[in-house]
Ligand binder design. Structure first.
Ligand SMILES: *Cc1c(COP(=O)(O)O)cnc(C)c1O
Length: 423
């Protein structure tokens, strides 16, 4: 039985009353709980074989205090732009622990990466050529891993990033020839390893384990062609978190079993390789909430609407417009402005030990919660059973620690940017 790790007393977050936080921060705001992030990483590390490292993909939550916290918790970070490189360095992460993936790296970004001596995950043959030229100009040798677009897919991913034609990575079948002609890059590029990332937001532990085994086998096959022993092998990630009532938490057991086998085998067959996972959402997603204040309530032809002071401009994913195929409601709650924590009203999303509202169904009304933007897309909760709420009350969205503020069109409609706080 897998349970969600929501706070049991969800009127508090990070040890503070949400009503109190709202008066201190002003609404809308995101709050992240450092203790939960730390706990998640500690638990995962305890379960993983010791030789499997853990990297954080900064794009999941690039809030500087979060990245600073990560600096002390993970073995490395993955960045996807020069802006994220600046963030990582500002957070005190040493270049040794930074790797740079992403299609469309500009020459200026590659130049900065070479100057900082970070590992560059090359995504195409063209990028390798540009990189070699840039390294030559600088009189430096660039550290390179090849990002591989595997022939297999990670089944059941929210976002597929491998298998078939993709803009990410180099097709696995092209890699032997590319490596055979590596000598043209000698003196400018050092080959350090492989990066295999097959997908994202996956809740099927068996599917992830299968992809990890396939990734490892692929690495072994490619190892026969590499100009130097593989020093770094990034096995990807894709660990998802549950957002919707029909979803349950990822079962790590098959993943741990696969990684244990892989780690043992790699100690013999890839003895120079440091293996690691690269995770974003799984580390931070459950450790964040987005809090808005209700500014209006209206009834339109019998349907109740609550209008809040923040919407898809801050939380695109909760509105269902961040790559979702079907729009579903995130777990949400109303917190009455006057509550000092006695009563919590929720949408009935299954949380352990939390009143799911079954007892007061009569007092609940089908309600839609919308943000302040003049577009029908700005829908935060569609037709959920919510208890009585009035202007001044708070509307909270859980599971909001990843792909929130930085993944939302904050300039759209020119509302103020959202506040973020790490507790
Ligand atoms: C986005 C991304 C991640 C993080 O994905 P999550 O679903 O947040 O874990 C990791 N690696 C790469 C290469 C990515 O593009």
């Amino acid at each position: 039985m897998h349970t969600l790790s929501f706070p049991h007393d969800a009127h508090t977050f990070g040890g503070q009353l949400i009503t109190q936080l709202a008066s201190e921060q002003g609404t809308p705001f995101y709050a992240y709980d450092s203790q939960r992030i730390t706990q998640r990483i500690t638990d995962l590390r305890a379960a993983l074989p010791q030789s499997i490292g853990m990297h954080y993909a900064i794009k999941a939550n690039p809030f500087l205090p979060v990245v600073r916290l990560m600096a002390g918790l993970v073995d490395g970070v993955d960045i996807a732009s020069a802006g994220e490189l600046d963030l990582a360095l500002k957070a005190g992460i040493v270049p040794d622990r930074i790797s740079f993936a992403g299609p469309g790296k500009r020459d200026s970004e590659l130049a900065q990466a070479v100057a900082e001596n970070i590992l560059i995950n090359a995504e195409s043959a063209g990028e390798l050529l540009r990189l070699a030229t840039i390294a030559q100009h600088q009189g430096r040798v660039a550290r390179v891993a090849l990002r591989v677009n595997p022939a297999f897919e990670l089944k059941g991913s929210g976002m597929r990033m491998g298998g078939g034609p993709r803009p990410f990575g180099i097709d696995e079948e092209m890699i032997p020839d590319l490596l055979a002609s590596w000598s043209r890059f000698d003196n400018h590029l050092t080959f350090e390893g492989l990066h295999i990332f097959a997908g994202s937001q996956n809740l099927n532990g068996e599917a992830i384990a299968e992809a990890q085994r396939a990734s490892y086998q692929l690495a072994l096959r490619l190892a026969a062609h590499t100009p130097a022993p593989i020093k770094t092998l990034n096995l990807g990630g894709g660990f998802g978190i549950p957002y919707f009532p029909h979803e349950s938490a990822l079962d790590l057991a098959p993943i741990i079993a696969a990684l244990t086998e892989i780690a043992t085998d790699a100690a013999q067959r890839l003895p120079h390789a440091a293996l690691h996972l690269e995770l974003g959402r799984y580390l931070v997603g459950e450790a964040g909430i987005y809090v808005t204040r209700i500014i209006d309530k209206k009834i339109s032809r019998g349907h109740t609407y609550l209008v809040t002071d923040g919407g898809l401009n801050h939380h695109l994913a909760a509105s269902g417009n961040f790559g979702q195929v079907i729009r579903r409601n995130y777990p949400v709650a109303i917190i009455h402005a006057q509550d000092a924590g006695n009563v919590l009203s929720t949408d009935g999303f299954k949380r352990p030990s939390l009143d799911d509202g079954a007892g007061d169904a009569a007092t609940r009304t089908p309600t839609s919660v919308v943000g302040p933007l003049c577009t029908p897309l700005d829908l935060l909760a569609d037709n959920v059973n919510l208890p009585h709420a009035a202007p001044g009350d708070l509307f909270v969205i859980f599971q909001s620690g990843a792909y929130g503020a930085s993944a939302s069109p904050q300039n759209f409609l020119s509302h103020p940017p959202v506040t973020e706080v790490l507790l």
